[in-house]
Ligand binder design. Structure first.
Ligand code: NG6
Ligand code: CA
Length: 499
């Protein structure tokens, strides 16, 4: 067991739970747009995710675990800060050239780990901005993601469908040729640069909505980019590339003669669009590219587990697996995902999906695994990713500011106790809904019932209430039969949100 030896003076000043404090390595794996039904752990038979299931079967398998939000940036903001993302203006899906969203002065989960003596790293999908003002991608970007608590970072700045399509390592674009500088714009194209509109013949993956700007690797993206040819990622190699970075990081951390534990955030890019599996996975699931990249992500999890096993780290590494938001089929490319819905339901029977206030917007796969420390158990308690900060804080002997929206429920995350949240607010594209025990309350919102992805958004004309226990598909509004409960929850929602 790796333990940090703290000086006696520090020990004396720690709160009473310090005796139980432990310092395992912590790996937080967050998939991108992976739905509740996209893993076989919850009984889905149309897709096989044996490696992810191993975490579910050998650890705490949460059936009512949530992201804070139904899209990526707010969700990751809630995860890393322990704050409700909707409390702050400007926390919405960011472009690829957005400045760092979290202030270097803010309390964050990685900083908390640093404070407890951990080495920290972030590898993979980021989407929380970097730098300030207009970014010069040809110099060291400052403040980089490292400024909010990560000792090492290797990141996709925003999403795989947004420029710049390069990896940023500790604030520097990796593999950049100084003679071929990168320029990025979310406003205007660069003269002479082909786009999907000007040069449709160069497009290998057709766009269905939104993605008709710069063409990189034959794939049209959101935003315009010029130069940086040598630094551009190859989409089919991304999974292996990021996994290699994870391996290198683990090798480095275990080769140094220190007892320093590590905290690693591993942001899987699958199954967000564009879905480009490596040839080893293409065609593997019979569900098209969306299914195949899920198989690829599952393989990555398996490789990571094998690596930890080989290194003898499994008993000393707490692994958390989840997704940033619910699933979507056609999120902007014609890639067969819509058709695959005939064979596979990524929502796992829930209603809504990415962008939605219905349950599938935020209810996601959520597993906590720690070999030898957690007894396998299924938990139906309501838990949220934003509670990880306070809960992991308790594990490693760190107190978090009481201004956070994060609740400490370590024993629930470790499967020792069945106690969840009584209530929580969820966010989807600026709109809010409320959970209280098994009840889901959706306030009225104007606007389209579905967006261009065909996902139901949860825009309803009047307050709507569902009993998720009796009615997991949210088919029956129970406001008429539960006027009392409706009044109570409306009041609670208004108290919690001021809306
Ligand atoms: C949307 C994009 C979608 C995806 C999403 C972010 C269009 C029409 N749609 O604006 O393709 O990139 O943003 O996804 O451009 S998330 O998972 O990172 O939140
Ligand atoms: Ca996402």
């Amino acid at each position: 067991m790796r333990q940090i030896l703290l000086p006696v003076a520090t020990l004396a000043s720690l709160p009473t739970f310090a005796a139980a404090e432990q310092h395992p390595n912590v790996i937080l794996i967050i998939a991108d747009d992976l739905g509740y039904g996209d893993v076989s752990a919850y009984g889905q038979t149309s897709i096989k995710t044996p490696n992810i299931d191993r975490l579910a079967r050998g650890g705490v398998c949460f059936t009512d675990g949530h992201a804070t939000s139904a899209t990526s940036t707010p969700s990751r903001y809630g995860l890393f800060t322990g704050m409700y993302p909707w409390k702050r203006k400007g926390v919405h899906i960011l472009p690829g050239d957005a400045p760092l969203l979290i202030s270097p002065d803010q309390f964050t989960m990685p900083k908390m780990f640093q404070q407890a003596g951990y080495h920290t790293a972030a590898i993979g999908k980021w989407h929380l901005g970097m730098g300030q003002g207009k970014i010069n991608w040809n110099e060291r970007i400052s403040p980089s993601a490292n400024a909010i608590g990560f000792d090492y970072t290797c990141l996709i700045a925003a999403t795989v469908d947004r420029v710049p399509t390069v990896y940023v390592e500790n604030g520097l674009v990796e593999g950049l040729d100084p003679n071929d500088p990168i320029e990025v714009s979310y406003k205007d194209n660069f003269e002479g640069e082909p786009t999907a509109l000007s040069h449709p013949e160069l497009v290998k993956l057709k766009w269905s909505h939104g993605h008709n700007n710069s063409i990189i690797n034959g794939i049209p993206r959101i935003g315009f980019m010029k130069g940086g040819q040598a630094a551009r990622w190859r989409d089919n190699e991304m999974a292996q590339y990021l996994l290699d970075k994870v391996f290198k990081y683990i090798d480095e951390r275990t080769s140094v003669a220190t007892n320093q534990p590590f905290f690693l955030y591993y942001g899987l890019h699958e199954p967000h669009v564009p879905r480009i599996p490596d040839s080893r996975f293409a065609g593997r699931t019979g569900l098209g590219p969306r299914g195949d990249v899920i198989a690829e992500a599952d393989w990555c999890v398996g490789q990571l587990m094998q690596k930890l096993e080989e290194k003898g780290l499994l008993e000393n590494t707490l692994i958390i697996f989840s997704s940033d938001n619910g699933p979507v089929l056609d999120d902007g490319y014609v890639d067969g995902a819509r058709e695959s819905a005939l064979q596979h339901d990524p929502r796992g029977g829930l209603r809504g999906g990415k962008y939605s206030l219905y349950d599938a917007g935020t209810r996601v796969p959520f597993f906590v695994y720690w070999q030898g420390h957690i007894k396998p158990v299924e938990s139906h308690k309501l838990v949220s990713q934003q509670d990880l900060v306070a809960s992991l804080g308790k594990l490693i002997g760190q107190q978090v500011p009481d201004t956070l929206d994060s609740r400490e429920m370590l024993s629930t995350f470790l499967g020792k106790r069945q106690r969840g949240r009584e209530s929580m607010v969820v966010e989807a594209a600026g709109r809010l809904a409320f959970r209280y025990r098994q009840y889901a309350l959706i306030p009225p919102y104007k606007g389209a019932k579905r967006n261009i992805t065909d996902n139901e958004l949860g825009n309803v004309d009047d307050w709507t209430l569902y009993d998720l226990q009796a009615d997991p598909t949210q088919a029956t509004d129970i406001t008429a039969s539960h006027p009392h409960l409706l009044r109570k929850l409306k009041r609670q929602f208004q108290e919690a949100t001021g809306r």
